[in-house]
Design a protein around this ligand. Sequence first.
Ligand code: PLP
Length: 420
Amino acid sequence: MREALTRTDPEIARLIASEERRQAQKIRLIPSENYVSQAVLEATGTVLTNKYSEGYPGKRYYEGQQFIDAIESLAIERAKKLFSAEHANVQSYSGSPANLAVYLAFLKPGDTVMGMALPAGGHLTHGWSVSITGKFFKSVAYGVRKETGRVDFDEVRALAREHRPKLIWCGGTAIPRTIDFPAFAGIAKEVGAVLVADIAHIAGLVAGGAHPSPVGHAEVVTTTTHKTLRGPRGGMILCNAPHASAIDKAVFPGLQGGPHNHTTAAIAVALSEAATDPFRNYAAQVVANARALAEELTARGYDLVSGGTDNHLLLVDLTRQAIAGKPAAQALDRAGLVLNYNTVPFDPRKPFDPSGIRLGTPAVTSRGMKESEMRQIGRWLDEAIQAAKRNDPSTLDQILGAVGEMTRAFPAPGLDSIAP
Ligand SMILES: *Cc1c(COP(=O)(O)O)cnc(C)c1O
């Protein structure tokens, strides 16, 4: 395997092999991560990385686009069809640049934008203070209700009427519930704002019919391609026809140079995979698995923000367990259960040492795991957190061993040839 790389740079080759083993042997519960198929991996690792293609299909600034144009056109057509969108731009380097392009398309520096607060589950690029989007624009943040953990539409409407944002973002990184796109659209319409739905986390669920689609409600939709959608790292912007040219100009030449053609090809492959019946089943199973995991954790006394989940993601407040998110996440990693610590809404602790953990089922579902495995994982999560509290590393190591056995029985896509 990878003979040339091993010869040229054995150090990097070894590190990649170690990462492959880590990905194969541990249980990946980070809700923004997934396993791409071997086909997507192959498309990514091709000579398409050698080609410059500034511009769009049929309108390039470099010659030699005979095959690149066909590849990007396929990606665009597949994106439009999969999401029933009028226009698609597949060139954004990732989710954050896709969002930045939307600002460039609709706003001038200093204009007002509204998005969900980061600690409530929003994304940095929705106007949070440390992001360029909070520094170059005037930003207003909405949150969630303390009692329900869900968006407070009375608050969203009141803030929108008061501040008259030009852009309203919905979507985020730690939202365990269905996003009510029509409710956001109604408010955006009332104040004359453009509604942007950032479906980075849930794009695969939307494509697979397991979450309502924002298309038809939000004029612009941004997404990553590498989370539930199970493509390569990248970004996409979907919009209705009147915004097509503003979006395309914002991505290039407004923000980026040449598109990453190897990524575009892999996006096209992922989009074709996402248009199949097995992918629809996958999306439904992601949600069913999250629900099973939520039930197991709730039965064991864990506090889930909003009381449960409608999608792929669970946000757990560990205050009742008397352990903070970071030491819990570190102990769980030792036990082979990889997730991230996370703020919970109204978190009294600091963002770098918050009260919660965030976990999700996209990756374990890609390995073919079902509800009974989720219940087992829920038991291990609880046992490992209890072990962390009494400083009992040997239990963590025992769980790691059991995790290794389970992962051997469910080989990960793209990694099924890795020796256990
Ligand atoms: C992941 C994410 C992004 C950013 O994507 P990157 O590819 O990491 O830049 C943007 N918005 C939301 C809601 C996300 O979850």
